[in-house]
Design a protein around this ligand. Structure first.
Ligand code: FES
Length: 124
């Protein structure tokens, strides 16, 4: 007998719940803590993730720059772009793509949900 498949709307794919653990959103903070234009570093699943408020929308990405590991959450956030404090590399916080060298690889991004003011991130 074939195992039942479940559609996971967050990952947009079918998954067998008996074979793969379902991804889950975990609460990492509240919107009140991060005013527009600000960032906050949180830890999720043993990884440091940056929450960034861009015009009221919250985005999440890795705190580790893909160039030489600079702490992106300690850099500058300007119009949806974060600048690394080490060598000035820049990333689009929505896509994770680099927009200014020296980094050439995208930084990881994470799905975010806001529920009743709580910020939830899909656990990496
Ligand atoms: S470590 Fe981020 S630009 Fe070099």
């Amino acid at each position: 007998m074939a195992a039942a498949m479940c559609y996971d709307y967050y990952t947009n794919r079918f998954a067998n719940p008996l074979e793969e653990p379902m991804s889950e959103f975990v609460k990492v903070g509240s919107v009140d803590e991060i005013p527009p234009g600000e960032m906050k570093i949180v830890e999720v699943g043993g990884q440091e993730i940056v929450l960034a408020n861009v015009g009221g929308d919250i985005f999440a990405f890795s705190n580790e720059c893909t160039h030489r590991g600079g702490p992106l959450g300690e850099g500058l956030l300007m119009d949806g772009v974060v600048e690394c404090p080490f060598h000035g590399g820049q990333f689009d916080v929505k896509t994770g793509e680099p927009v200014a060298e020296p980094p050439t690889e995208a930084v990881s991004t994470y799905q975010v949900r806001v529920e009743g003011g709580a910020i939830m991130v899909l656990q990496p």
